[in-house]
Design a protein around this ligand. Structure first.
Ligand SMILES: Cc1cc2nc3c(=O)[nH]c(=O)nc-3n(C[C@H](O)[C@H](O)[C@H](O)COP(=O)(O)OP(=O)(O)OC[C@H]3O[C@@H](n4cnc5c(N)ncnc54)[C@H](O)[C@@H]3O)c2cc1C
Length: 371
């Protein structure tokens, strides 16, 4: 018999959400995480926004799992005292030419079942008097969540179901043997092995490399990830009250545009920008040289911000399937039984809205495995 029924590779918010859900009925479950603690990569380096589900292509996994996950997160927050704020959001058009774009965003959102209100300039300025606007979309269901609180909740749920979370366990290779998977694990230089009937690859920025370990040709299948950094700048406290909700521009190509958000310390921040990295380095340094360009992007929506009002803050790296200049890609969440990999589930390209979608992704993974 294999050591475990289920092994989840990766203890980010997605792996933890999956393990929290599956461990209830399948307690012979382990989460294998290479870092010292869960949630040290992308899951703790993001905007912490509960997205409403506005921009994603209707019918895509991103659209359906975001809407489902959003509703589920609000319920979880209320029931389990997870810190959140239903802040709401504006997408502001700053020139008349962008008003048409707002209408197409509103239409797309409606197809995803998300109702947005189109506000004229006066109504927008009543909500946010300091922003630049000729009209905006108001999203009542967008909020923010403490992702650390959420991950703590999933972690405790796994333990309460008698599942295990093993830190400092890096999966180095995977062999398929007689209906189970044998994984070589590196624990700070010491090698061991662990076997499992089911393996769920939720390894974030390494998920394509994990897929490669079971001999999936990630180049042929167009599954090689691009590392796309998003940096944030923080605004000086004296200007932190210039907006009171999330404010976004009309989106640009690969991201939603540098937008205003609030952190749990009450700071106003702007970000993330979009920077395709060469290679796969986890370089989280925020370049000071970006200050002027950042301030320019911010002034597009909040003219009162001067260059010296902002300082480099934090960054995160998106695991993007989308190549630079190419159209957006959907989440890849597949039970690979058609490749002869029964019991092996790949989750690749789980960029935004992965946090919002996490409880719905967990349900989806359960359905592809057990229904
Ligand atoms: C700048 C930015 C802003 C974002 N903003 C939002 C937002 O506002 N709202 C939203 O919904 N989403 C947002 N996202 C997306 C969201 O953060 C991610 O979708 C989510 O965190 C992905 O979680 P994950 O568990 O898949 O990945 P991760 O958090 O990366 O977890 C994967 C884990 O796998 C582990 N691992 C990797 N390889 C191995 C191995 N070989 N063996 C063992 N363990 C391994 C890693 O150490 C890591 O802990 C944002 C992302 C970025 C980068």
């Amino acid at each position: 018999m294999a050591d475990f029924e289920i092994a989840v590779i990766g203890a980010g918010v997605v792996g933890l959400a999956i393990a929290a859900r599956l461990s209830e009925k399948h307690p012979r479950l382990v989460v294998l995480e290479k870092n010292e603690k869960y949630g040290m990569e992308t899951s703790s380096r993001n905007s912490e926004v509960i997205h409403a589900g506005i921009y994603y292509k209707p019918g895509s996994l991103k659209a359906s799992l975001c809407v489902e996950g959003r509703d589920e997160l609000y319920v979880l927050c209320k029931e389990h005292d997870i810190i959140y704020k239903p802040l709401t959001k504006l997408i502001t058009a700053t020139i008349p030419a962008e008003l048409e774009k707002l209408e197409s965003i509103q239409k797309n959102a409606a197809e995803n079942g998300v109702e947005l209100q189109l506000l004229d300039k006066a109504a927008t300025l009543r909500l946010e008097p300091n922003i630049k606007t000729v009209g905006a979309l108001f999203s009542p269901l967008t909020g923010i969540i403490s992702v650390h609180d959420l991950m703590d909740f999933f972690f405790q749920t796994i333990l309460s179901h008698r599942g295990l979370v093993q830190h400092r366990c890096q999966v180095m290779s995977i062999q398929q043997n007689n209906g189970e998977y044998e994984m070589t694990i590196d624990d700070v230089g010491t090698q061991s092995s662990v076997s499992s009937e089911i393996v769920i690859n939720a390894a974030g920025l390494s998920s394509d490399l994990i897929a490669q370990m079971v001999r999936i040709d990630i180049d042929k299948e167009d599954l090689r990830l691009n590392f796309v950094k998003g940096s944030y700048f923080a605004v000086t406290p004296s200007k932190a009250n210039l907006v009171s909700r999330l404010v976004y521009p009309v989106p640009v190509n690969e991201g939603l545009g540098v937008h205003a958000l609030m952190d749990w310390g009450g700071r106003l921040k702007f970000g993330p920008d979009v920077e395709y990295l060469e290679g796969r380095s986890l370089d989280y340094n925020v370049a000071e040289e970006k200050q002027h360009a950042f301030a320019e992007s911010i002034r597009r929506i909040l003219p009162a911000i001067n260059d010296e009002d902002i300082t480099p803050d934090m960054s995160g790296i998106r695991p993007k399937l989308q190549r630079k200049g190419q159209p957006p890609r959907d989440f890849v969440i597949v039970h690979e039984k058609d490749r002869g990999l029964s019991g092996f589930v790949n989750l690749i390209g789980i960029e935004s809205p992965g946090l919002t979608s996490s409880p719905a992704i967990a349900r989806y993974v359960e359905s592809v495995l057990f229904k």
